[in-house]
Write a protein that binds this ligand. Structure first.
Ligand code: C2E
Ligand code: MG
Ligand code: MG
Ligand code: MG
Length: 282
C-alpha cells in the first residue's frame, strides 16, 4: 500500500515507521465499518467496595473483533479513532450500549449497580454530552448517580476552564465523574480542587509492583489521603494479587478493580456475575 501512495513520499520513513503507518491506515479503514458490521461489543469489569467486598458496579470496556485483524486492543484502536474523528460515533454507541445494559440490570432489580464509561476528549468537549446522557437516563429509567463518566488528566488539562464548566454542568445533573489513570498525567492540585470529581482512579502502574515498603506504596498512600481531604473516593485499578488488595484496604482505599476480582466480562457473564458475586469474600 505504501508503494501505491508514492514511494518518494515515504522515502524518509524508517521501515518501522512505515509499518506503523500502514497498520494505522489499515485499522482506520477497518474501524470505519466496524459499527455497521456489528464488530464492536462491550465487556464489563466489576468494581468492589474494599471495606465490605460488595459489588458496586462495572466499567464498560470496548472490544473490537475484526475477521482478518482479529481482536484489536483498545489501546491500539482508540487513539486511531480519536485521530480520525471516528471516536464520536463510536463513543455515542458505547454510551448508549452501556446505559441500555445498566437499564436492563436495574429493571431486573439490581438497582444499586453503577456503570463507569470511558470518555475521549472530543466526546467530553462535544456540546451535547450532558443532554445526550440526560435523555438516555430518562429512556432507561436510570438515576443520574448510577452513571460515572471517566475522564483522563489530558482531557481535563487541555482547557481547564472549559473542563471545569462542563464538569459543573454534568455535576448539576447528578452524573458522577472519575479521573482515570490518575498519576500518569500532570493535573495540578489546584485544578483537582476545582473539578467536580467523585472518584480518583489510581493508575495500575502504581499498583503493579506495589509492596508495603516501596515507593509505589508511598504514592498510593499519598493519593488516597489527597483524595480523602478533597472529598473524593479512591479506586485502585489493576489489582491482581491478594497482597495488593490487603495493602489497599489497610490504606483506606475505597474500591478495587482488577483481575484478582474479575476480568472484564461479556454482558451475559456479567449478568451471572451479579448474582454469584454480590460480595467478594476476602
Ligand atoms: P482504562 O480505562 O484505564 O481501563 C483499564 C484497562 O486495564 C482495561 O484495558 C482493562 O481490561 C485492564 N485491566 C483491568 N484489570 C486489570 C488487571 O488486573 N491487570 C491488567 N494488567 N490489566 C487490567 P482495556 O480494556 O484493554 O482498555 C485499555 C484502555 O482503552 C482503557 O484504559 C481506556 O483508556 C481505553 N478504552 C477502553 N474502552 C473505551 C471506550 O469505550 N471509550 C474510550 N474513549 N476509551 C476506552
Ligand atoms: Mg477507564
Ligand atoms: Mg485506567
Ligand atoms: Mg487508560
Amino acid at each position: 500500500r505504501a508503494k501505491a501512495l508514492g514511494r518518494n513520499a515515504f522515502s524518509f520513513f524508517t521501515p518501522a515507521l512505515q509499518t506503523h503507518y500502514v497498520r494505522t491506515l489499515e485499522i482506520e479503514n477497518a474501524l470505519r465499518r466496524a459499527l455497521e458490521l456489528d464488530q464492536l461489543s462491550l465487556n464489563y469489569q466489576p468494581q468492589h467496595e474494599l471495606a465490605t467486598g460488595r459489588l458496586l458496579g462495572f466499567e464498560a470496556l470496548l472490544r473490537w473483533q475484526h475477521p482478518e485483524l482479529g481482536q484489536v486492543s483498545p489501546a491500539e484502536f482508540i487513539p486511531v479513532a480519536e485521530n480520525s474523528g471516528l471516536i464520536l460515533p463510536i463513543g455515542d454507541w458505547v454510551i448508549e450500549q452501556a446505559m441500555a445494559q445498566l437499564g436492563r440490570w436495574h429493571a431486573a432489580g439490581h438497582t444499586w449497580l453503577s456503570m463507569a464509561i470511558n470518555l475521549s476528549a472530543a466526546q467530553f468537549n462535544a456540546p451535547d454530552l450532558a443532554v445526550q446522557v440526560a435523555s438516555l437516563l430518562r429512556q432507561y429509567q436510570l438515576p443520574a448517580g448510577s452513571i460515572e463518566l471517566e475522564l483522563t488528566e489530558t482531557i481535563a488539562m487541555q482547557d481547564p476552564d472549559l473542563a471545569v464548566s462542563i464538569m459543573q454542568q454534568l455535576h448539576q445533573q447528578g452524573i458522577r465523574l472519575a479521573l482515570d489513570d490518575f498519576g500518569t498525567g500532570y493535573s495540578s492540585l489546584s485544578y483537582l480542587k476545582r473539578y467536580k470529581l467523585q472518584t480518583l482512579k489510581i493508575d495500575q502502574s502504581f499498583i503493579r509492583y506495589l509492596s508495603a515498603t516501596n515507593d509505589d506504596a508511598a504514592i498510593v498512600n499519598v493519593t488516597i489521603n489527597l483524595a480523602k481531604s478533597l472529598g473524593m473516593q479512591t479506586l485502585a485499578e489493576g489489582v491482581e494479587t491478594r497482597e495488593q488488595l490487603d495493602f489497599l484496604r489497610r490504606q483506606g482505599c475505597d474500591i478495587a478493580q482488577g483481575y484478582l476480582l474479575s476480568r472484564p466480562l461479556p454482558a451475559e457473564l456479567a449478568t451471572t456475575y451479579i448474582t454469584s458475586y454480590e460480595v467478594f469474600s476476602t
